[in-house]
Design a binder for this molecule. Structure first.
Ligand code: SIN
Length: 274
């Protein structure tokens, strides 16, 4: 197995593995370590049936199903992320960490490219450890004991309008959810601290109004997503991105009008952030 870093801060491509087959325990350990080291890892030229995609992901943990988006009837573990050529909208075109409005947001996600547009449709990731580490000591101390309210209202506010012109559909029956999450999270495996807020789902710092919170939140989002703290992945058919949802945000770019893109996403259960 060969690992090639995409940038100095986040992301690495892994070569020499066929993920359609069960991984040996030594390779599994190396892939897990690569995920912890690089926050998002990529595989190229993989040919996976839906069952093989599921089996690959199950080697890393229990699968969780999306609480808000429709999944495949035949394989409810898989969430199709599709933009038809005639669609205008996509999901994920803002910097976010998946499902932080849940008590236990996912550990990670494995996104598999089934059809990619001839241009555009890249995805960006940023490193939330580095976002924390590059704050001033005073800002770190200030944020250290703070909590923030996360909510899914960004998604559920107007489901019908959001589903219009978009093939990745929100469930019509989703209720509103609020949870409190630490602003500075300690990753349960690496024990490193990271900045755990994101634009669509973090509503406000606990004990403060949204208006009071937004100036600092906006500063922290801009700080986290400086180009030097990101990587950009150019998809090909058969590519896989496996991100650690505990320490990254990602952003899907909607820049391929008139083109079709079809991805399959499977998410791994996480634990309560602390
Ligand atoms: C997502 O936010 O999970 C979608 C990412 C993508 O379509 O590249």
């Amino acid at each position: 197995m060969e690992i090639r870093k995409l940038t100095g801060t986040v992301g690495a491509e892994i070569f020499g593995i066929d993920v359609s087959k069960p991984l040996s325990s030594a390779v599994l350990t190396d892939v897990r370590q690569a995920l912890l080291d690089h926050c998002v890892i990529f595989f190229r030229d993989q040919q996976l049936s839906m069952q093989e995609h599921i089996a690959f992901v199950q080697q890393f943990g229990e699968i969780s199903t999306s609480p808000v988006y429709k999944t495949l009837e035949s394989h409810p573990q898989i969430m199709p992320v599709i933009k038809e050529a005639t669609d205008t909208g996509i999901i994920g075109d803002t910097w976010h960490t998946d499902e932080t409005y849940q008590e236990t947001p996912p550990l990670g996600s494995v996104l598999y490219a089934r059809q990619v547009p001839p241009f555009g449709g890249d995805t960006l990731w940023c490193n939330l450890y580095r976002a924390y580490e590059t704050l001033s000591d005073s800002m770190k101390t200030w944020l250290d004991d703070m909590w923030a309210i996360h909510t899914n209202e960004y998604l559920t506010g107007n489901i019908a309008a959001r589903n219009e012109g978009r093939s990745t559909k929100l469930l019509e029956t989703v209720g509103v959810n609020h949870v409190s999450q630490p602003v500075i999270r300690t990753h349960e495996e690496t024990q490193r601290k990271l900045l755990f807020i994101n634009r669509p789902f973090t509503h406000a710092f606990e004990g403060m109004t949204r208006e009071e919170s937004l100036p600092l939140l906006n500063y922290l989002y801009d700080h986290s997503t400086k180009p030097e703290n990101t990587c950009r992945f150019r998809w090909q058919k058969g590519s896989i991105a496996f991100w650690d949802n505990r320490c990254t945000m990602h952003y899907a770019i909607n820049d391929y009008p008139g083109q079709r893109r079809e991805m399959h996403r499977i998410t791994i259960k996480g634990v309560k952030p602390r």
